[in-house]
Structure formats: structure tokens, C-alpha cells
Design a protein around this ligand. Structure first.
Ligand code: ATP
Length: 343
């Protein structure tokens, strides 16, 4: 039986509630797939900042780097000090944000199956803001190296998917001629290595419109940090809302899996949050472990979770955000009860 250490950031707001629901599902899926997962607490977020004086203590980074993968709940106001810092320090350069129509969930189009690949380490997120008399200058960094590796990641992802084999590069190079110009130029250079995948580009404003107008026509979208942050909330809504969409922050060595949504302070403590997004993030984590550790048991557990979530939703078990009445733990229990070992 393979054993993996999973560091867990419980986070703030609805974080601890959705993490608890997800842990039960993960534990049950792992046992059914003959895997052993050891969960190790990795404190970070607003509450950790209050208790320890630092939202991301060095000991937490150490816990993460000594684990096989990290599962993260959302953090509140300290997000920039926690996840933005972790992405840069651990060089988690690819933020992978799938948006897929789910059975029984109202969405704009039943055939959506797209992934936003967001460059995760640069752009305005370097936090370079310089005050001057009467204003602030925010510096945006775009490099050929980061643009090249994120483009390559997007093409490889599209090639590995059963989908349309297409990558759309989203930018604003008609205004940001040099920075987005470099991003798009690098994208097309990399496209030359992937003749089997169609390469196109689209202005960010057109992309925002087309994600509503014809979302099922997209396969993989690659974009810079800020556009990806905004557009992935849009695509989450296209397929039914923020409670549903998972994400992965992937680097060469480390990876952190988290829901796209934030800490949702408006519903924290009510036990009504939808844990689907983090449960599907856990499924992505097992999928990544299966590829990085070449372990087919992890793939089995990943698929079991994904299929159980689909069955749960198709059976009409829904949390409040989707018009249902199941609480966070009810939904997680319903998913656990639908885990089936693939033959
Ligand atoms: P933060 O400042 O941490 O980003 P926020 O409330 O501004 O928090 P989100 O947490 O992303 O941003 O929430 C946006 C809206 O979506 C809120 O009304 C919230 O209740 C809802 N929401 C987010 N996640 C979920 C979830 N898992 N289940 C149900 N509703 C959710």
C-alpha cells in the first residue's frame, strides 16, 4: 500500500468547513483504492496571522515542501500573503482552472469542458506598487521564460485531453503592446512545436464575451495572471457557480490544490457551503500524484471521487447555492456513499 503525506491548509471563513467535508471523501476514496493518506496540518491565513503574527509561517512552507502534495482551503484577507507568496516561492507557475458542465446543475451550456491555464508567478502580482505624489505606479512584469513555459504547459495539456486540441491565448496586445506583445509572440513560437494542436489568440474583452456566447467551443485557454484570475470566476459562473470549480497550482516540484472560490465570509459558520470545488480539487491532486509518482491507484481514487460527485449531483443532492438544502457535511457524506471502486 502506497503512503502519501498531504499537507492541509484549512484556511479561513468556509475553509475549515469545506476542508472537513473533503477530508472524509478523500479518506474513504483512498482506502477503497488501497492508498494511505496522512494529513498534516499546515496553518495559514487570517486566523494564523492573528495567532502567530504571520499569515504564512516559515514552518508551514516547510510542512508543504516536505509533503507529497498540499490541499488548501480558501484564506481571507491575507490571500496575497499566503497563496500569491506560495505560488512565487515554490514556483507553482501553472494555475489550472477547469470549468466543466456537471450533471443536474443549471449552466449556460451543457457541453462546456474548458480549462483556463493562468500564468501564476508574474504580471501585476509581483506586487510592485510605487507611490508618487498624488498616485501609484503598479509595475507589470512579463518575461519570455515564464510566457514560454506556460504556453508549453497549455499545449501539452490540450494534447493530453480528449477535447478539441485547441489553445487560445488571451491578451490585450492592442494596448499593452510590449508586455502582452511578448506573451503572444512567445505563445506562437511555442505553437510551432505543437502542429497537432490549433493555436489562436483573442483579446481579453472578446474572450470575456465569448465565454458567455459560446463556452462549449473552447478547449484550453492560456493567459496572464490577472486576466486568468478574473476570467476563471466568469467561467465558474458559466458552469453553475463558484461552489463548483476546482484548481491546481503546479510547478516542477510542488503542487497545491484549492477551490477557485474565496473564504465566503457571508456564509461562514452556517454549514451551508458547497464543498464540490474542494472535493474536485482533491480529485485533481490525486490525478497529479498518479502522474508524478506513476501510481495507478491514485488515478483510480481520483476517478472514483469525480464520478461520485457527478452521481451525487445527478441524483439531485444539492447545497443551497445550487437551490438545494443539503448542508456541507450532508453533501460530503452523499459523495462518500456513492464512491464505487472501478472494475
Ligand atoms: P474572499 O474575500 O475570501 O475572496 P468573497 O466573498 O469576496 O471572499 P468568494 O468567497 O469567492 O469571495 O465568494 C463570492 C460569493 O460566492 C459569495 O456570495 C459566497 O457566499 C459565494 N460562494 C463562494 N464559495 C462558495 C461555496 N463553496 N459554496 C457556496 N457559496 C459560495
Amino acid at each position: 500500500m502506497k503512503e502519501y503525506v498531504i499537507s492541509v491548509i484549512r484556511g479561513d471563513g468556509i475553509g475549515p468547513e469545506v476542508v472537513a467535508g473533503c477530508s472524509t471523501v478523500l479518506h474513504n476514496a483512498a482506502s477503497a483504492a488501497s492508498l494511505k493518506l496522512e494529513f498534516v496540518d499546515a496553518p495559514a491565513g487570517d486566523e494564523t496571522g492573528r495567532l502567530k503574527g504571520k499569515a504564512l509561517p516559515d514552518s508551514t512552507i516547510e510542512t508543504i515542501t516536505h509533503s507529497d502534495a498540499c490541499l488548501k482551503g480558501p484564506v481571507g484577507k491575507s490571500a496575497a500573503d499566503v497563496i500569491v507568496r506560495l505560488r512565487q516561492e515554490l514556483d507553482l507557475y501553472a494555475n489550472v482552472r477547469p470549468a466543466k458542465s456537471l450533471p443536474g446543475v443549471r449552466c449556460l451550456d451543457a457541453g462546456v469542458d474548458m480549462v483556463i491555464v493562468r500564468e501564476n508567478t508574474e504580471d501585476l502580482y509581483k506586487g510592485l506598487e510605487i507611490e508618487f505624489d498624488g498616485g501609484v505606479l503598479a509595475l507589470r512584469s512579463i518575461t519570455a521564460k515564464a510566457s514560454e513555459r506556460i504556453s508549453r504547459f497549455a499545449f501539452e495539456l490540450s494534447r493530453s485531453r480528449a477535447g478539441k486540441k485547441s489553445v487560445v491565448c488571451v491578451h490585450k496586445n492592442n494596448v499593452l503592446r510590449k508586455s502582452d506583445g511578448l506573451f503572444v509572440g512567445t505563445f506562437y513560437k511555442v505553437a510551432g512545436e505543437f502542429q497537432d494542436v490549433k493555436a489562436e489568440d483573442m483579446l481579453v474583452d472578446s474572450a470575456a464575451m465569448n465565454f458567455i456566447r459560446k463556452p462549449s467551443e473552447f478547449d484550453v485557454v492560456v493567459t496572464t495572471n490577472l486576466y486568468g484570475d478574473i476570467l476563471s470566476d466568469e467561467t465558474a459562473q458559466v458552469v453553475g457557480g463558484l461552489g463548483l470549480t476546482p484548481s491546481a497550482n503546479i510547478g516542477e516540484k510542488y503542487a497545491i490544490f484549492e477551490p477557485v472560490h474565496g473564504s465566503a465570509p457571508d456564509i461562514a459558520g452556517t454549514g451551508t457551503a458547497n464543498p464540490t470545488a474542494i472535493i474536485l480539487s482533491a480529485s485533481m491532486m490525486l490525478d497529479w500524484l498518479s502522474r508524478s509518482r506513476k501510481d495507478s491507484d491514485c488515478l483510480r481514487a481520483s476517478e472514483m471521487i469525480r464520478k461520485a460527485v457527478h452521481r451525487t449531483l445527478a441524483d439531485g443532492v444539492k447545497t443551497r447555492d445550487l437551490g438545494g438544502s443539503a448542508g456541507t457535511s450532508d453533501f460530503a457524506a452523499a459523495v462518500s456513499s456513492r464512491l464505487e471502486i472501478p472494475s
